[in-house]
Design a binder for this molecule. Structure first.
Ligand code: OFO
Length: 172
């Protein structure tokens, strides 16, 4: 059975994951209109993954005797200056999500809820991977600069960068 405090923290995290899915969806839509096919696929796929993260929490809350709350969502930014800006925002976004998750973990320890703590470890590992992936992509973008043919190759290879990063040890 979840304590009220844990239930609230988890419902807040449901909202964070839902907003995360929206964030990736908005960036997917923008890069699609800019003609970056690979990056578009990367963003749509990630938006779906974030939705799965949200669903996992919804089910967990309900299974543990709480009540999951499906949140209203804020409108994400719809326009970006460049792909570079998209990924800068993405890294910042993921770092914010990591902080939120750490907060939930902290509350789990305070409440001595080791079951929820255990579930949250999956999210902790996921965030390590996602931040690492965002940094790897930004490194690539720094090398490419604004060069057109470099950007073409970046867009062609981005799914490979993410697949390589997902194949690293410890990936879920
Ligand atoms: Fe939900 O994994 Fe990042 O945000």
């Amino acid at each position: 059975m979840l304590s009220k405090k844990i239930e609230q923290a988890l419902n807040k995290q449901v909202e964070v994951e839902a907003e995360s899915s929206q964030f990736y969806l908005a960036t997917a839509s923008w890069v699609e209109t800019e003609g970056f096919g690979g990056t578009t696929a990367f963003m749509y796929r990630h938006s779906n993954e974030e939705r799965q993260h949200m669903l996992k929490l919804v089910k967990f809350i309900n299974e543990r005797g709480g009540k999951a709350i499906i949140p209203a969502l804020t409108k994400p930014e719809a326009k970006y200056k460049s792909i570079h800006q998209v990924f800068e925002n993405l890294l910042k976004h993921e770092m914010d999500v990591t902080n939120q998750i750490n907060e939930v973990v902290h509350i789990c320890l305070q409440e001595k809820d080791y079951t929820t703590h255990n579930i949250m470890q999956w999210y902790v590992s996921e965030q390590i991977e996602e931040e690492a992936l965002a940094r790897a992509v930004m490194d690539q973008l720094r090398l490419v600069g604004k060069d057109g043919s470099g950007m073409y190759m970046f867009d062609r290879d981005i799914l490979k960068i993410s697949a390589d990063s997902a194949a690293e040890p410890g990936s879920a």
